[in-house]
Write a protein that binds this ligand. Structure first.
Ligand code: SAJ
Length: 408
């Protein structure tokens, strides 16, 4: 089959490789010149390693669409500064497909979207061209579930859900995914259910992290170690799922997806008080983390204002280079607003210090915001205060002031 994939990021690129490995002809479209030139040079733009298979890619090639039986849209769906879903990438990718569509082709959106977007935003783009679903094209949603860096779950074996505008669309998409995936594919009764499934998965994670973040604040008044309690609760072999407190929730999924549901429900007349409160709690963790540093400095009779504070780790999660919605950015903003001189170090991201050693020479007072493996080599003799935003360590009788998030 001829397949055109629009968006060659951490979702679209592995999907392209999988389709090629299953014998399909794949064309790729991406608006990043860098990605296009990397692929043309035979380099995987996501993992930065040699390509398994070269395939035609372009910034803009209508023929890729016109020659394809299946179009898969894998573009980002970020939130804007008002925490509103920004659907422009999905809309422009859909318009690009519609303007060059081959008759009876199957169009699938994998981007994470809120319930109702396929019927109220995407399908009208086809309607406007007079296309009749089931006659001129088929339309479905199969939410992406890629987990970057996961050694076990990959694009081929992760179970998926799929839903179409019509039953026939669902069948067509189901047929396609079962032909390329080794994992199970679940047919949803309609496209809204497929949209809601992904949002619910990630919102579930956000509210559970908010729960343990609130516990961390509460238990710090009772001299109870939250992490130990969670480890204790995890010995229960059923009906408990561990999450851990931290300096905040970052990434392009977890802190973003709940706003999709909150906004959509609001537009339909429901107010998600609980989800909004969970977002508030998670968004409060950078401030809470800085306050731990302020209190620790106080014990050293130091003010934050005018003191050099190291921020160790910038990425939103360990051992990746990804700043999106990272809590470290908020921690830095608050520190600067309160008059601290901030020096950053992240081995994966351009930062102030040239090395961990250089960082430690300059920053005896530090807030760890990412648990990169490399930080296990911290030289404890050089530390005066460590606020451990990811509970990477525990107070192993340190001879400096150590504070974790919810740790005693
Ligand atoms: N976090 C906590 N406490 C936790 C877990 C995470 O504070 O107990 C923080 C992390 O530090 C990070 C943020 O939340 O800043 C997000 O962490 P994450 O582990 O959820 O990482 P993501 O953003 O890569 O989430 C992806 C998601 N995958 C997809 O959307 C397809 C998510 O659904 C997965 O559950 C998650 O990976 C995973 O399990 O690793």
């Amino acid at each position: 089959m001829n397949i055109c994939i629009i968006g060659l990021g951490y979702v679209g690129f592995p999907l392209a490789e999988l389709c090629i490995s299953k014998g399909h002809n794949v064309f790729g479209i991406d608006l990043s010149e860098n990605k296009i030139s990397l692929i043309e040079k035979g380099i995987d733009p996501v993992e930065n390693k040699p390509l398994k298979h070269k395939f035609p890619v372009s910034l803009d090639n209508p023929k890729f669409i016109a020659d394809s039986d299946t179009i898969i849209i894998c573009v980002p769906t970020p939130v804007n500064h008002l925490k509103m879903p920004d659907l422009t990438p999905v809309i422009s990718a859909t318009e690009y497909a519609v303007n060059n569509l081959k008759k009876k082709s199957l169009v699938i959106v994998e981007s994470t979207i809120n319930p109702g977007v396929m019927e109220d935003v995407v399908k009208p783009i086809f309607d406007a061209k007079g296309f009749i679903v089931g006659k001129d094209y088929y339309l479905a949603h199969c939410p992406e579930r890629i987990n970057p860096g996961d050694p076990k779950w990959n694009v081929s074996n992760i179970p998926r859900v799929v839903g179409g505008i019509t039953q026939e669309c669902t069948e067509k998409a189901f047929e396609f995914y079962t032909s390329i995936l080794s994992g199970p594919v679940m047919k949803m009764s309609n496209i809204r259910t497929a949209e809601a499934t992904k949002i619910v998965e990630n919102t579930f994670r956000d509210i559970n992290i908010a729960f343990v973040n609130e516990l961390a604040k509460s238990f710090s008044h009772m001299d109870i170690d939250t992490v130990e309690v969670i480890k204790g609760a995890s010995t229960k072999p059923f009906a408990f799922m561990a999450h851990y407190p931290s300096c905040g929730v970052g990434g392009h999924c977890i802190p973003v997806d709940p706003y999709y549901l909150i906004e959509r429900a609001k537009a339909k007349g429901f107010d998600h008080k609980f989800l909004k409160l969970a977002r508030e709690i998670n968004n409060s963790m950078p401030e809470y983390t800085v306050q731990l540093m302020i209190d620790a400095l106080n014990e050293h009779k130091l003010a934050l204002n005018g003191t050099t504070i190291g921020v160790l780790g910038l990425s939103y999660k360990a051992d990746v280079a990804d700043l999106r919605e990272s809590p470290s950015l908020e921690v830095i903003k608050i520190l600067k607003k309160k008059g601290a001189n901030v020096i950053t170090f992240d081995p994966f991201i351009a930062s102030d210090a040239s090395s961990l050693h250089d960082f430690q020479i300059k920053c005896p007072y530090m807030i760890l915001c990412t648990n990169h493996k490399q930080f296990k080599d911290l030289d404890f003799d050089k530390i005066k205060i460590l606020i451990d935003g990811k509970n990477m360590f525990h107070n192993e009788k340190f001879n400096f002031t150590y504070r974790g998030i919810g740790r005693c």
